[in-house]
Design a protein. Structure first.
Lengths: 305, 284, 348
């Protein structure tokens, strides 16, 4: 059962990566930039939810909504202040700026909320009374006579991820804004000539990506409860890896890449070495870029000469 | 049309070959056989046969989107052809890279000027001379005598190329700060510095005023005469094309619709139709 | 046409600033009139300056962002410290041992740079940056799990756990996450000064040569560079390997100033810190890198209260510098307030 258990945790972790990867892949598809600060938006979302629930005793769902609201706003502000002025600049300048934003968020969080870790209380629990009459918290259920334990967080994460994916596919396929997004990712100039407001479209993309980042942040910290200002950076980079793996710009690619990367990471932890698991994940990124630079589901783009 | 550009009459040629009289005794510099490339389902260039003589000035014309620049990209291996072959001086360029093809003797300019904008005019030409220089990395970093010798010769040669195009007084300015016409001339100088046997010019007169264009025509002919090279140019300015090209190839929708001397092309009904549309033909 | 290159004056100024700094500080150090804090910082400053020059070669001259530059520093630090320990008996003279350690470190880092460059340099832009980041993390993971021992039978290496099986009198050099301990502190200010001069000389001579022009041509327009027959990967590799070698030497200098060195010292944050130096000093501006690296290493020490806000301020500076130098509107505004220098083209 060990393998099945690892597979399920891999899928769960992969679902979180997939949700984060969506933010990268949509922004990359439309604004053609690597939003390095995306991982840190996750961290901000997790902190907001943490404070809403532990300090102001709001219900977890309200906490999540608050986190989403703050992150959406944050995403739009970041785009307007830092990235929009650089629409015409080189990718080097944009990337350095994005790294600056990432560091700004991390260090602002460090000053605001200190480096002492916050223990995120898992909202996905059930309280019952055991035989002795004591209140206990149940975090999951067991299958196959207790050989396989699955926590509620795992189930919720996977379900949330699938729902988000389905919603986004519908959104980009059916709605006017979704079509505008696809048009912008193909050719911004042509989209503008067709009467699409490119600035608004990019803002909406950042808003959606950042809102999803908040959800990912809450899920991530429910599964791995220690919250520090650098919580988001490593998952962020790995999720970008997942987005590249699946094919940047592709929503199904983000799901596929995220799941595969999650599974690879958990398997590497289980069967190779805990300390080396990050190295394995990065090795995957390097191999993907060498063998199939457009990713599993991505399209190859020709540079116009 | 300036009088000096009226060339001698072309010898009668086979209909699909564009070699001027003086090149007939030599093998052509470029031969494309049934060249074609597909982008997805689109046949961007199809079944292109093109032969260019050693010192010929040839024109590649056609309406927008006809696939002219794609032909240049095929010749310089920016794209790999789906079908057909390209022979440069009798050697097949299949499997060669852009860099190797340049070393074999094809140099080009770009429709949307691609200079090294942040470097000086002189440096742009020096970069073109890269493969003519021989000093190693070690001698560059240690400033060995071979470095100084190479630099001295290269700088002198670069200045000569610049003076061919009247750019010598701008040598130390940034390439990006030059006026548009001068940037086009600098791009030709840079391409020429790579010592090509075939020079591809992509809309060299675009954005130039009539007097600049006249000067450019003079320059192209002079380059050909001085360096004894072939020139293939894409151009919309018919005065330029008809004025200096000895052979012209007309593309439409990726296919050759006509080939011949300027006189033949001017009267070719298929060409007139392609440029003016059916209605235009009826009115003409 | 004079044969002297167009940046001659500026390069001379850069050398002059470095030499003047040394000429002022070194007698003060010898006379003991420098505070202990500053004295302790002289070698790290030199190492950071060399790192900034190295990264500026990659970012400013080659035009590609390396986010794993601390990885090369790490390779150099470990290779240099190992060499210095291994040669403790064989080479008596400390300056000579330092020179050998730095050279070995540079060679190792160059080798790693070459191996990493094979896959990395086929990529462009954001992908290249993220893959260098990945390699930086992989190097860190490897050093965190590397065990290297030396006894009379030679070197023994193992990964993940200590399986070196050293003889009794053998010495454990790299002990996984514990890193290297008991390093001979042979790094000196003079050594660092010479390293900086060498880095400057290599960069300036490269930039004004056939090879350097090829590198900058690739940076400015890859397609045009290919069209004039410049093999892109070869020259990217050349610049990248030289840059890695410099970072390796800087890493060795850095590690030989402390008694212990661990892999986690050379993480992503260090890479970003160096990037801040380079951006702050100006991309492609070597004098700027020297001054920024030195100033931003001293300042936080000098202003203790500032250190909490240091990274926050660096982040803001990073964003503002990029906006100011790349946004057309802001550029024009700045251009209007500061009258443009005459002959800007020549000094660019």
């Amino acid at each position: 059962m060990g393998f099945l258990g690892f597979l399920i945790s891999g899928i769960s972790l992969g679902s979180i990566y997939a949700i984060i990867a969506l933010g990268y892949t949509m922004v990359y598809g439309i604004a053609k930039m690597l939003n390095f600060a995306h991982g840190d938006v996750i961290m901000v979302g997790a902190y907001i939810c943490f404070f809403a629930v532990s300090k102001y005793h709001l219900p977890p769902l309200v906490g999540v909504l608050a986190a989403m609201a703050v992150c959406t706003a944050l995403g739009i502000v970041i785009e307007k202040l830092a990235y929009k002025p650089l629409r015409q600049a080189t990718s080097l300048a944009v990337l350095i700026t994005a790294i600056g934003v990432s560091y700004f968020l991390q260090n602002a969080a460090l000053l605001l909320w200190t480096s002492s870790p916050k223990v995120f209380s898992n909202p996905f629990i059930r309280q019952t009374v055991n035989e002795a009459g004591k209140k206990i918290k149940i975090t999951g259920f067991q299958l196959f006579d207790g050989q396989l334990r699955i926590s509620y967080v795992t189930v919720v994460t996977i379900v949330v991820c699938l729902v988000i994916m389905a919603a986004l596919v519908l959104f980009t396929g059916k709605t006017k804004m979704g079509k505008a997004m696809r048009a912008c990712s193909e050719d911004k100039g042509a989209a503008q000539l067709m009467g699409i407001n490119v600035d608004t479209t990019i803002s909406v993309t950042f808003a959606i990506g950042s809102g999803l980042a908040a959800i990912a942040g809450v899920l991530l910290c429910s599964a791995y409860p220690t919250l520090v200002p650098t919580t988001g950076s490593m998952p962020g980079i790995k999720a970008f890896t997942a987005a590249v793996f699946g094919g940047i710009g592709s929503i199904p690619g983000a799901l596929l890449g995220g799941l595969l990367l999650g599974i690879i990471e958990i398997m590497a932890k289980a069967y190779i070495s805990t300390q080396m698991s990050d190295a394995v994940v990065f090795l995957v990124l390097i191999l993907v870029l060498l063998v199939k630079p457009a990713g599993l589901l991505g399209k190859k783009v020709r540079e116009k000469v | 049309m300036p009088k000096e550009f009226k060339r001698g009459k072309l010898a009668p040629l086979p209909s699909n070959v564009l070699i001027p009289e003086r090149d007939l005794d030599k093998s052509p510099i470029l031969e494309c056989r049934r060249l074609g490339i597909d982008f997805g389902g689109l046949r961007a260039v199809d079944d292109l046969d093109l032969t260019i003589g050693r010192t010929e000035i040839a024109g590649l014309i056609g309406p927008n989107g006809a696939g002219k620049t794609t032909v240049f990209n095929l010749l310089t291996k920016v794209y790999n052809p789906t079908r057909g072959s390209i022979l440069l001086d009798g050697t097949d360029t299949a499997g060669k890279t852009t860099v190797q093809v340049n070393r074999m003797g094809i140099a080009r300019t770009f429709q949307n000027i691609r200079l090294f904008h942040n470097q000086s005019v002189l440096d742009n030409v020096l970069i073109g001379l890269h493969n003519s220089m021989t000093c190693s990395l070690a001698s560059s970093i240690l400033r060995l005598p071979s470095y100084w010798k190479n630099e001295k010769i290269a700088r002198e040669r670069a200045m000569e190329y610049l003076s061919l195009f009247g750019l010598e007084s701008h040598a130390n300015e940034l390439a990006g700060s030059l006026p548009y016409g001068a940037q086009r001339r600098l791009e030709i100088a840079r391409a020429l510095a790579t010592n090509p046997s075939l020079l591809l010019l992509d809309e060299p007169a675009a954005g130039m005023n009539p007097s600049e264009t006249a000067e450019l025509m003079e320059n192209i002919v002079r380059i050909r005469d001085t360096f004894q090279i072939a020139v293939l140019l894409i151009e919309h300015d018919m005065n330029l094309v008809m004025g200096i090209c000895e052979g012209i190839c007309v593309l439409n929708f990726g296919k050759v619709i006509a080939k011949g001397s300027p006189e033949q092309i001017r009267e070719n009904p298929a060409v007139i139709e392609a440029y003016l549309g059916r209605k235009g033909v009826a009115e003409a | 046409m004079m044969n002297r290159n167009k940046n001659f004056g500026r390069n001379l100024l850069t050398f002059a600033v470095v030499i003047a700094a040394y000429a002022i500080l070194q007698p003060m150090v010898l006379a003991g009139s420098v505070s202990a804090t500053l004295k302790g910082m002289l070698v790290p400053i030199c190492a950071y300056v060399a790192m900034a020059l190295s990264l500026n070669l990659t970012v400013g001259v080659l035009g590609e962002l390396s986010l794993g530059h601390a990885g090369f520093m790490s390779v150099g630090a470990f290779a240099g410290a190992t060499t210095a320990i291994a040669l403790q008996q064989a080479v008596a003279s400390a300056p000579l041992r330092l020179a050998i350690a730095l050279a070995v470190a540079a060679v190792f880092a160059a080798l790693v740079g070459f191996l990493i460059g094979i896959p990395v340099l086929r990529l462009n832009g954001d992908y290249l940056a993220i893959v260098t980041l990945a390699f930086g993390e992989i190097i860190k993971s490897i050093f965190n799990n590397l065990y290297l021992g030396l006894d009379d039978r030679g070197f023994h290496v193992s990964l993940l756990e200590d399986r070196t099986g050293l003889a009794e009198e053998g010495r454990m050099i790299i002990a996984g996450p514990m890193g290297i301990g008991n390093i001979p502190k042979i790094a000196s200010f003079t050594g660092g000064f010479i390293l900086i001069l060498l880095c400057l000389a290599v960069i300036f001579n490269l930039v004004n040569s056939r090879q350097g022009r090829a590198v900058m041509a690739i940076r400015d327009n890859r397609i045009a560079a290919e069209s004039v027959g410049i093999p892109v990967t070869k020259y990217k590799m050349m610049a990248f390997v030289i840059s890695a070698a410099m970072a390796g030497a800087a890493g060795a200098l850095f590690s030989l100033n402390y008694s212990t060195v661990v892999a986690n010292k050379f993480d992503f944050n260090t890479s970003i810190l160096i990037l801040v130096f380079v951006v702050f000093g100006g991309l492609g501006n070597m004098l700027g890198s020297v001054i920024a690296a030195a100033a931003l290493t001293i300042l936080p020490e000098a202003l203790r209260s500032f250190s909490n806000y240091r990274m926050l301020i660096y982040a803001i500076v990073l964003i503002l510098v990029m906006l100011a130098t790349n946004n057309p509107t802001l550029k024009m505004l700045i251009g209007r307030t500061i009258p443009k220098r005459k002959g800007a083209a020549e000094s660019a």
